[in-house]
Write a protein that binds this ligand. Structure first.
Ligand SMILES: NC(=O)c1ccc[n+]([C@@H]2O[C@H](COP(=O)([O-])OP(=O)(O)OC[C@H]3O[C@@H](n4cnc5c(N)ncnc54)[C@H](OP(=O)(O)O)[C@@H]3O)[C@@H](O)[C@H]2O)c1
Length: 429
């Protein structure tokens, strides 16, 4: 084994970084044996130098992250600061100073992955980011490497633990959204400001990364259609149950039927209880992949948390260190298909629509006509009337999202339709 250690600079020592440092120390001998050389923590950049950081020698702590990545003797820079800047500049500076990078930063990768890959390639360095999507779950490497010989058609996943915890609570206890969010906050599953999670921004960043890798094309955060889950109600869950479904916030990346384009979207959807994703409970994540030759695969596990996320970071550190010893680099960006990303209007799926209508003869026929006029075919209709008012639940066959939007707009204009109580897509059938 080589005795000269490979040097790792840690940028950030918070929830994830502190666990990366701990595992590097406690597993040092095993890591050295697996890599073929010892790995050494050479510096740790933080914002607050005086904070007590157990197990980290004080002389390694610095507030000058730029000087650390410019040292020139660093082999691997681990970026676990988060956010776009200064992370982006630190990563590109690291490449320019002969270091490879391991990052957990989904926000940055979804926004600017292409330019980071380009900088890595320009300087002959590695960019690994297994921890950026679904925490501990091996997903990026299976998609980038294990399935590199197959053709992936669909990636559908629960990639945000906070929202899955909230929806699972609503499902099992009958709680409303606010009550379930309060519980998630009290238990530490939701942050004080939960916007990034509940409005689907976090899941959209992950969808962009997954779609790009799965379909070998560039998908940016702005290409991902996004709807949060704050409007999901206890009544939606009751409707879902009547259909043998539950509700999940899903990230869905699909290749179009003609293979000429792709779509990426995040929104709440009903899925049948028989679908493997329906049984993903609490704050767990899972990603369901459909490929030509492999068929259906599911990846499941903890999608966040210091120690699970650090596991993925450590796997990347080992991979990058092995590459360096072999004077090689791992896979770079693969965007050769250049498939365009279609808008949400072109997505084809099924819908569950709940309408409040007047309870009088002819209403059902009127509503059915609007669906037919927009080319949306109805699968089932359920009507319940009381005191002159009625609720009408329509489940459609597969139709383009744009046709459904047109249908709903026209329904709202009918005198007999008092309101559209909810529209939910139905997936996984
Ligand atoms: N937490 C998770 O479960 C999880 C899961 C998957 C991916 N990730 C990703 O991992 C990354 C880190 O998340 P985290 O939860 O560990 O964040 P965190 O607990 O807030 O830690 C951030 C760390 O970065 C340091 N920092 C902030 N600005 C800095 C700067 N300008 N220069 C140097 N250091 C700076 C902070 O220093 P101080 O300690 O001095 O404040 C802190 O140590 C993010 O990209 C996140 O999306 C997190």
């Amino acid at each position: 084994m080589r005795t000269r250690p490979l040097k790792v600079a840690l940028l950030g020592c918070g929830v994830v970084g502190s666990e990366v440092a701990r595992i590097m120390t406690t597993h040092a001998d095993d890591l050295a044996a697996r890599i073929g050389a010892p790995v050494e923590l050479a510096g740790v950049a933080v914002r607050r130098p005086d904070k007590v950081r157990e197990g980290i020698p004080a002389e390694l702590i610095t507030t000058d992250a730029t000087a650390l990545v410019k040292r020139g003797d660093i082999d691997v820079v681990v970026e676990v600061i988060g956010g776009v800047e200064p992370a982006r500049t630190l990563i590109t500076t690291a490449f320019a100073h002969s270091a490879s990078v391991v990052s957990a930063n989904k926000a940055l990768l979804a926004q600017d992955g292409a330019s980071l890959y380009a900088a890595a390639q320009e300087h002959g360095q590695d960019l690994y980011y297994e921890a950026a999507v679904a925490g501990a779950i091996p997903l990026i490497r299976p998609l980038r490497e294990s399935l590199a010989g197959d053709k992936i058609n669909r990636v559908m996943g629960i990639v945000n633990g906070t929202t899955n915890f909230i929806l699972d609570k609503m499902d099992t206890s009958g709680a409303g959204y606010s009550e379930a969010l309060d519980e998630a906050t009290a238990l530490g599953y939701a942050e004080a400001d939960p916007t990034a999670d509940v409005e689907g921004f976090d899941a959209a960043a992950k969808a962009a990364i997954l779609a790009g890798i799965a379909f070998h094309t560039r998908v940016r955060l702005d290409d991902v259609y996004r709807e949060g889950m704050t409007e999901v109600t206890a009544a939606d869950f009751a409707s879902a149950k009547q259909m043998g479904c539950t509700i999940k916030l899903l990230a869905i990346c699909e290749r179009a039927a003609d293979g000429e384009s792709v779509t990426a979207r995040v929104h709440p959807a009903m899925i049948p209880l028989s679908h493997p994703l329906a049984s993903v409970r609490e704050a767990y994540n899972a990603v369901f992949v459909e490929a030509d030759a492999a068929g259906q695969l599911m990846f499941y596990g903890p999608g966040a948390g210091g120690s699970p996320t650090a596991s993925a970071v450590l796997g990347d550190i080992v991979a990058v260190c092995r590459n360096r010893l072999n004077e090689a680099t791992g896979p770079g960006e693969s965007a050769y298909t250049q498939l365009p990303v279609s808008s949400m209007g072109e997505v084809v799926t099924r819908y569950h629509i709940s309408l409040d209508v007047a309870d009088k003869p002819g209403v059902l026929a009127q509503v059915a006509t609007v669906f037919a006029e927009h080319g949306v075919s109805i699968d089932t209709v359920r009507q319940k009337g009381k005191d002159g008012e009625a609720s009408l639940v329509v489940v459609t066959h597969r139709a383009p999202d744009a046709a459904l939007s047109g249908t709903v707009e026209a329904l709202r204009k009918l005198d007999t339709v008092r309101g559209v109580a909810s529209i939910m897509r139905v997936e996984g059938e």
